[in-house]
Design a protein around this ligand. Structure first.
Ligand code: ME8
Length: 507
């Protein structure tokens, strides 16, 4: 098998119910995977991070064993992804044997190579972020990432020689200036590297909930968690499969965990003799009143409620369209409703309704033949999908949607300018055929290009257009040249794709 497109999301701590921020990264990965699948083999991994003190504490607070607690919660996470039409190829749980065994193997290899040693850890620990902190890094005595209280830890642990990889990391960052994006995160990581690296404690001798280490203690939850990206694809077990996917093309994360993914992670991989991922993209946060949305800040929005209220596809669209990928953006139901009403109901949904009802009225719902070589719209938009796919794979989702909306706008304008009702009244058959054909072909192309972003609604649109074949076929076949829609196709006007909603008051 040749190289495939491999995209990953963070694996989420299963310390409570998910919020829309968790759905965000996985939705973005789904859009990438759906797009990559229109080109070739693709693998999309997501999952849950189930070990560590944070999860153990949450389970204890609920009066359950950590295993029972995580078993109970995993279905909520899977249901969340299903509610947002996410089609992952694999869902890894760090408590699964396939993962645990390989994490132990990693530990053995690191020990054999002399990359780890026994030492005493004395310092601070943030349970929320599962992160060790030096005194000098604390801000007002609190965790510099999340601002929470930290606890003092003093224990015998295993240490990974992270400091030994500093020069190689700097060289890697310099040689591949795009491997960490956006630039702001790249610069921040470079600053950390320049400042110097401490070795990293990779075990917790006082904790029991984790991957056990021979002679006591468990593996530090971050080492355990990072390894999911390779244990899921057969590392140390199936070399052919592993090398089909690794190094990953795109690892998506939130910016607060960039240090683990761009400094610790490549060093661990190198210690194992493996390559660093091609790209780590650390996106921004969904914020509420300027603060990161987060379970424990009590500002988390229930993603199930959102999907029910606005429709999963409208939320997907909002998340991709609202801000350039990478930046923070604020959560607002008013803005979601606005986007849904203006872009989806007015621009796109109405376009489909108007087109199919005119087609019904003038041509019994049957797509007429037309001379596509003369289509002005065809000349302008036949190659749009190439740009769109490029932008999506380049993680410029907003620009991809803006490009697609140029076609939406042009089709709406074609109705207003070419006035099919007048062409019909004046018996200008070939002109009427030409505009009706253009509209249907334009809509077909929109359905295909928007399917990665709004899979369910676009499948409905596809059905209304009556087009045979699959919506998610290879784009270079289904979108080659303006005119892929077969004349005489029978369309079937149905209910509006995005019924208009009442405006939502500003909050
Ligand atoms: O950090 N805005 O898990 P986690 C955007 N288990 N994205 C958000 C977000 C927000 N307000 N809140 C969460 C962990 N996310 C570790 C990861 S990976 C080897 C281990 C998303 O449950 C974003 O992707 O705290 C962020 O990085 C992730 O959820 C953190 O999830």
């Amino acid at each position: 098998m040749s190289r495939a497109y491999y995209v990953t999301t963070p694996i989420y701590y299963i310390s409570g119910n998910p919020h829309i921020g968790h759905a965000y990264t996985t939705i973005v990965a789904d859009v990438l995977a759906r797009t990559a699948r229109t080109i070739g083999p693709t693998f999309f991994l997501t999952g849950t991070d189930e070990h560590g003190q944070k999860v153990a504490n949450a389970a204890a607070a609920a009066g359950k064993t950590p295993q029972a607690w995580t078993d109970e919660l995993v279905p909520h996470w899977k249901a969340l992804f299903a509610a947002y039409h996410v089609e992952y190829d694999d869902f890894i749980r760090t408590t699964q044997a396939r993962h645990v065994e390989k994490v132990q193997r990693v530990f053995e290899r690191l020990r054999e190579r002399g990359d780890i040693y026994r030492g005493k850890y004395e310092g601070w620990y943030c349970v929320y972020d599962e992160t060790f902190w030096l005194e000098s890094k604390l801000v007002d005595g609190r965790c510099p990432t999340c601002g929470r209280e930290v606890q003092w830890i003093s224990e015998e642990d295993w240490f990974f020689r992270l400091s030994a990889y500093r020069d190689r990391l700097i060289e890697h960052f310099e040689r591949r200036p795009h491997w960490v994006q956006p630039r702001s995160v790249y610069n921040e990581m470079m600053a950390i590297l320049r400042e110097g690296l401490e070795d990293l404690s990779i075990s917790r001798s006082s904790l029991h909930w984790g991957v056990p280490i021979p002679n006591g203690g468990v593996i530090y939850v971050w080492l355990d968690a990072l390894l999911n990206y390779i244990t899921a694809i057969g590392w140390s077990e199936d070399a052919t499969r592993f090398h089909t996917y690794w190094p990953a093309q795109t690892q998506l994360i939130g910016k607060e965990i960039a240090r683990f993914h761009t400094i610790v992670w490549p060093a661990i991989l190198w210690a194992l003799g493996e390559a660093a991922p091609e790209l780590v993209f650390a996106h921004g946060w969904i914020t509420v009143d300027g603060q990161k949305m987060s379970k424990s800040l009590d500002n988390a929005v229930d993603p199930f409620m959102l999907a029910q209220r606005f429709g999963a596809d409208a939320i997907r669209y909002f998340l991709l369209r609202e801000a350039p990928f990478g930046s923070d953006f604020s959560y607002s139901e008013e803005k979601i409703a606005q986007r849904r009403n203006s872009d989806l109901a007015n621009d796109l949904g109405n376009l489909l309704q108007r087109t199919l009802s005119m087609l019904q009225r003038y041509r019994d719902g049957i797509v007429p033949p037309a001379d596509v070589s003369r289509s002005e719209l065809g000349r302008r938009f036949a190659a749009l999908h190439v740009t769109v796919r490029e932008r999506i794979l380049d993680l410029r989702f907003r620009e991809a949607l803006e490009g697609i909306w140029e076609l939406v706008t042009a089709l709406n304008r074609a109705i207003d300018d070419r006035k099919p009702w007048e062409l019909h009244k004046n018996d200008r058959t070939s002109e009427l055929n030409a505009v009706l054909y253009d509209l249907c072909e334009g809509l077909r192309r929109l359905a295909i290009m928007l399917a990665p972003c709004m899979p369910e609604r676009m499948r409905e649109m596809w059905q209304q257009l009556g087009t045979p074949g699959r919506i998610d076929e290879d784009w270079s076949v289904s979108l080659r040249g303006w005119g892929g829609l077969a004349p005489l196709t029978q369309t079937a006007l149905a209910a509006p794709l995005f019924p208009k909603m009442d405006a939502v008051a500003p909050t």
